[in-house]
Structure formats: structure tokens, C-alpha cells
Ligand binder design. Structure first.
Ligand SMILES: [Zn+2]
Length: 268
């Protein structure tokens, strides 16, 4: 068995690049998601762009991070608190590729996302479960949700779920999935969901973070993107605490920045 174990470690470690970090910043943008990812090779990815009234929080963060262009912009699902900042982002930064699930909705913020992609001539792709995002050879970016068959009546349940693996570390981005999608995700992926870091699904509301999800992901750290208005619910926070999970939240901690060297995560 020792030979098998050391072979596994060798293979796993081979994915991580010596001295290069994966950085993830949950930008404090009020109630919404805007997550900036700097890959080990230096590619820039923006996963959601926050609500429309706080687009400046996102664009000024990107400027402070000295981002000149985005290699990928990903919309988890077409709700205003995720799509709202993209119009400003597209105006201020060249974007190479835009990804979405293909689940449509009639919010003006989503229409602006689509018209921005067209106006700027941004390449556009759909992400479905079973796919990958090839952005950096040091990362394994797995698309775990939504399934391609049909859409749910609840747009949240069609959020793109990404598991980003760097060396021995993993982080699970969940958009706003709720109970039903969490059950489907666990059914389809079981133990392959394990990740040390979990983005709290749906801003820490009691619609989500079911026991079955937490049991499969086994996170040690949960990050909640939230702000003014509806706050994370006590029952969910209790569930995290009972499971021994550390909680960071953008409304109390500001922008939350994490870094992985392929071996472990650090909070910056
Ligand atoms: Zn949301």
C-alpha cells in the first residue's frame, strides 16, 4: 500500500506548479456574487459580477488587482445579483471568453450581459455538467452542474457548479443552487465533490447547504457572499458550526481572499 499512496501523491503534486499560487477573491459587492480567480499561470477569471448597483466595487477591485484583461467571464445563472456588474466590466476590460449555462431569464441585467457579449464580439460558450474549462494546464476545472437534459422551474437550480482542483486542494463554486440541485449534484458525483473550501450556495439561505451536500463536500471553510438586505440564516450558520466548518462572510470580513499552493489553502 505505501507504494500506491506515494504514487498518488506524486501524480497529485505534479499538477501543482512550484511556487505558483491559485488565488480566489470573493469581492465585497453587497448582496451578490463576484469572485475573481487568478490561476497559477496568471490567467484572470471573473465568476459572476455582483449586483447592478455595486458594479464599481467589482471594476475597482479588478483595477487594484492590476487586471488588464479577463481571460474568462463566467455567469453562474441569469439573476441580477450575479449578472448585474457585467455591463460595466465589459465596458472597462477586454474579455476573451464568456461562459454561461444557457438557462435564459428575462431580467434586464441578463439581457445586458448578452448584448454586451455581442457588442464586444466576445467568444461565447455554454457550460454543462461533464464538461471542463480549459483555462490553465495546472488546474482541473470540472463543470458539475447543470445537467444538460432539461432546465428546472427554479432558475437557481440551474446554476453552474464548478469544482476547481489545484494539486491536492479543491474549491467548490455553487452559484445559488438549492436543495433539489444539491441532491442531484450529490447523486451524480458522490465522493468526488470533496473540497476543502465551499462557496456557500445561495448566500447562506436556508434553501441550501443541506446536510447531504456538506457531508459529501466535507469543507473546512465556507465563504458566504452577502450584504445589505437578506442575511445568511441562523439555521445554516449553525449547521456549519456544528460540522466544525470555519465561516467567512463578505458582509463582516470584507473581500475574502484565499490562496492555494497546491498543498493547502491560506486565508490572505
Ligand atoms: Zn444570488
Amino acid at each position: 500500500m505505501p507504494a500506491v499512496a506515494s504514487l498518488f501523491l506524486f501524480i497529485a503534486a505534479a499538477h501543482a506548479a512550484a511556487g505558483q499560487e491559485l488565488r480566489v477573491a470573493f469581492i465585497d459587492c453587497g448582496k451578490g456574487d463576484a469572485i475573481f480567480i487568478k490561476t497559477p499561470s496568471g490567467k484572470n477569471v471573473l465568476l459572476d459580477a455582483g449586483p447592478p448597483n455595486n458594479a464599481r466595487a467589482v471594476t475597482s477591485y479588478l483595477r487594484r488587482a492590476k487586471v488588464l484583461q479577463l481571460d474568462a467571464a463566467i455567469l453562474s445563472h441569469p439573476h441580477p445579483d450575479h449578472a448585474g456588474g457585467f455591463e460595466a466590466v465589459f465596458e472597462d476590460f477586454p474579455v476573451a471568453l464568456a461562459y454561461e449555462s444557457g438557462r435564459e431569464d428575462h431580467y434586464p441585467e441578463y439581457e445586458q450581459f448578452k448584448s454586451g457579449v455581442n457588442r464586444k464580439g466576445i467568444h461565447h460558450k455554454l457550460l454543462k455538467a461533464g464538461g471542463k474549462v480549459y483555462i490553465d494546464p495546472h488546474l482541473d476545472v470540472q463543470v458539475l452542474w447543470p445537467p444538460s437534459a432539461e432546465y428546472d422551474e427554479n432558475t437557481n437550480n440551474d446554476s453552474i457548479v464548478l469544482r476547481v482542483v489545484y494539486g491536492r486542494t479543491a474549491i467548490l463554486f455553487t452559484g445559488d443552487i438549492e436543495k433539489k440541485a444539491e441532491a442531484g449534484l450529490v447523486r451524480q458525483n458522490g465522493g468526488r465533490l470533496e473540497s476543502q473550501v465551499l462557496k456557500s450556495p445561495h448566500h447562506g439561505y436556508a434553501t441550501s447547504s443541506t446536510a447531504i451536500l456538506l457531508k459529501s463536500v466535507k469543507p473546512r471553510l465556507v465563504v458566504i457572499s452577502t450584504g445589505e438586505g437578506r442575511r445568511p440564516e441562523k439555521a445554516v450558520l449553525k449547521r456549519y458550526v456544528r460540522a466544525g466548518i470555519r465561516v467567512l462572510r463578505t458582509d463582516e470580513d470584507g473581500t475574502v481572499t484565499l490562496a492555494s499552493d497546491g498543498i493547502e489553502w491560506r486565508v490572505k
